[in-house]
Design a binder for this molecule. Sequence first.
Ligand code: COA
Ligand code: ZN
Length: 316
Amino acid sequence: MAQASKVTIVEVGPRDGFQMEKTFIPTESKIAIINTVARSGVPKIEAASFTSPKAIPQMRDAQAVMEGIERRPGSAYTALVPNLKGAQLAISAGVDAIRVVICSSEAYNQRNVRMSVAESLKTCEEILQTGRAASTAVEAVVALAFGCPLEGDIAEEKVVELTRRLAEMGYREISIADSAGLANPAQVQRLMRRLVREFPDVHFSMHIHNTRGLGLANVLAALEEGIDAFDSSLGGLGGCPVVPGARGNIPTEDLVNMLEEMGVETGVDVEGVMVASRVAQEVLERTLPSYVLAAGTRQQLYRNIEEREREKSVTR
Ligand code: COA
Ligand code: ZN
């Protein structure tokens, strides 16, 4: 499979990142961060999730966030949903696309959405129909496709079977998610190669967590299998509710920086993403785990060193 020359970056920090924050982030701050990252040119932003406020209290202002954000032409604003009610709320809030989540692991699906995988599949079918009736795009996210903190390793067959069921229902956009950050590049290569071959009508994207520092390596493995869309979070926001100490998604600036340096087009201004990450750092009052945010892009790094050397020669 040829490596893509253009990649779509999906900014998921405002959903996957924010949902992990214990202290409620004021709605205006969420809006400010989303608007700032949108200005960097990211073509798609997961702005919120429509979930039970008891399950995910941080997302209880999803509607207000959707109402308050600027809708930058060129950026699509999506929301994650666990059930039909969430899909209906997302549609009435005016999202450009819905992402419905279903887990490869029975135990995690139960814990996450209080449904069996079979019940979630039924929900996926209802949501696809609801989306079609409202002319809102619907995508599926197959979560924990590379391992589950509750169930352990996930058989490739399970992910293939879930994908088959979703494809048969009519899903054409499927995200394969390493939600706990358990994948390695060989595993990514194997599974994505198989999925791309078996489901030529489906466009696959990937959602990768950087729990064990393998995020960018996994992106590279997927790129080589022709995958051309990846989720990431500004500053590397996020974590995993059942993995203590887990870092978040791949930092968006690190992903954009790597791709652009490799000559893969993203349409995203890395410095613009870093502005958003700095706003997030101020709001959250902590340093976010992005490498590029700390050390700069290659050009910034050269500039910083040049300046420092100049200062040294002046004081000498
Ligand atoms: N949005 C907002 N409210 C919702 C909702 C949604 N999508 N789905 C259910 N609710 C409300 C119900 O109206 C009900 O409200 P009430 O107590 O005021 O009557 C309450 O939540 C419980 O509803 P119920 O259908 O019994 O849900 P549940 O308690 O079995 O929980 C989910 C199931 C799916 C709603 C819940 O587990 C959830 O929101 N999970 C989200 C998981 C998630 O986002 N994980 C991270 C991303 S993978
Ligand atoms: Zn995630």
